[in-house]
Design a protein around this ligand. Structure first.
Ligand code: SF4
Length: 69
């Protein structure tokens, strides 16, 4: 018999993606940039959205490992 795993019900929030890096932009005023570090999208802006409770449709999303903020 094959072992079963529970379906992953973690909300796919862009802000909780393991590939997201938030950096300071180069414009005056300290704007923040949401940069994607996934090998496919490396360096481009994250597709988001960054709204509470709105999940991303990004197919590369992976949740941050437990304990990582
Ligand atoms: S673009 Fe996709 S993979 Fe990259 S940080 Fe955003 S949600 Fe994650």
């Amino acid at each position: 018999m094959q072992p079963t795993t529970a379906p992953d019900t973690t909300p796919r929030l862009a802000a909780r993606c393991r590939y997201l890096r938030v950096t300071l932009g180069d414009r005056p005023g300290g704007n923040l940039l949401n940069v994607c570090k996934h090998i496919i999208r490396d360096g481009r802006e994250c597709v988001g959205p960054f709204l509470d409770e709105w999940e991303t449709t990004c197919g590369f999303w992976e949740g941050k490992p437990a304990g990582e903020h």
